[in-house]
Design a binder for this molecule. Structure first.
Ligand SMILES: [Zn+2]
Length: 300
């Protein structure tokens, strides 16, 4: 079972948790660490012979074109994480379209390859943004990995399917939601990010195994370059909860990732989209009502 591994390429000051205390106008003056952190990620993937997807901010691509080219030349997929990390539900339809276009043009210019995948900042496509998937389809994206089908304090669309689905009738666009597991009546995040960093590795190993073996589906997993950077500047004015979440176990991230890379098979998101697309050919298109779509494995 090949699982999808991805990196959301953004710097330490661009995360949603600090949005209320760091103004976008100040980004230009802050020390950037994305080059060195992505360099470490590339070394890690190289040592494990893993190819992955790098969902990149247009803002970063415009300032570090050499880095984006280096990622693409190493055989990884380059995809879009939007222009400057504005969450989709804070935009309107026209603003979202403009954000997608600005980001894609900067990323494609830097990478020299076509971008076909998109991940919304902070999984911000949800019930409030019914126009988002149609705009992605109209803009020619092949897939989105932008929905977290659970309840969380910052994001979530608990009614959405847990596995790949087609959100726009008549379009081939696929939504590949981040991995979750159901435990009793609770749905838990199991697709990486802060949860992977904070919780013991054994939880992630159990969750990915369960999705692969018991449910027969690929896991969709992600982390950030700053997740493995204990030397990043400390933001002290943010809410305590955000600070705890952002800075816990940074130094433990790299050894944990080595285990994850060793214990499972990983590949680019576009490869997993291709295998999920074949499976979806057997079930009807979405999107309404999403609750009616199969959220359980479809046997092929
Ligand atoms: Zn992000």
């Amino acid at each position: 079972m090949r699982n999808a591994l991805s990196v959301d390429v953004e710097d330490w000051f661009q995360v949603g948790a600090f949005e209320t205390v760091i103004d976008r106008a100040d980004w230009e003056d802050l020390p950037r660490r994305v080059e060195q952190n992505v360099g470490r990620v590339l070394d890690l993937f190289d040592a494990a012979a893993v190819k992955a997807t790098f969902f990149t901010l247009g803002w970063v691509a415009a300032r570090h074109p050499g880095l984006i080219r280096r990622i693409a030349e190493a055989g990884h997929e380059i995809a879009s994480h939007g222009w400057d990390h504005r969450r989709v539900f804070t935009l309107d339809e026209a603003g979202f379209r403009a954000d997608l276009q600005q980001a894609r043009s900067a990323i494609e210019d830097a990478a020299g390859v076509a971008v076909t995948g998109y991940r919304a900042p902070s999984f911000s496509i949800d019930a409030r943004t019914p126009w988002a998937h149609p705009v992605l389809a109209e803009q020619g994206f092949a897939y989105s990995s932008s929905v977290a089908p659970l309840r969380h304090d910052h994001y979530g669309w608990p009614e959405a399917p847990r596995f790949a689905w087609r959100p726009v009738p008549g379009s081939a666009l696929i939504e590949l939601p981040v991995t979750t597991v159901d435990v009793g009546r609770r749905r838990l995040a199991a697709g990486g990010g802060g949860f992977f960093r904070v919780l013991p590795y054994a939880f992630s190993r159990w969750a990915v195994t369960r999705v692969n073996v018991a449910e027969g589906r690929p896991a969709i997993f992600y982390f950030h370059p700053w997740d493995m950077d204990p030397g990043q500047p400390r933001v002290t004015r943010a809410p305590l909860r955000s600070i705890l979440r952002h800075y816990t176990n940074l130094a433990a991230m790299e050894p944990k990732l080595r285990k994850l890379l060793r214990d499972f098979q990983w590949g680019r998101t576009d490869q997993v989209v291709a295998s999920e697309r074949r499976r979806l050919e057997q079930i009807p298109a979405g999107p309404v009502p999403v609750a009616a779509l199969p959220a359980t494995p479809v046997t092929s």
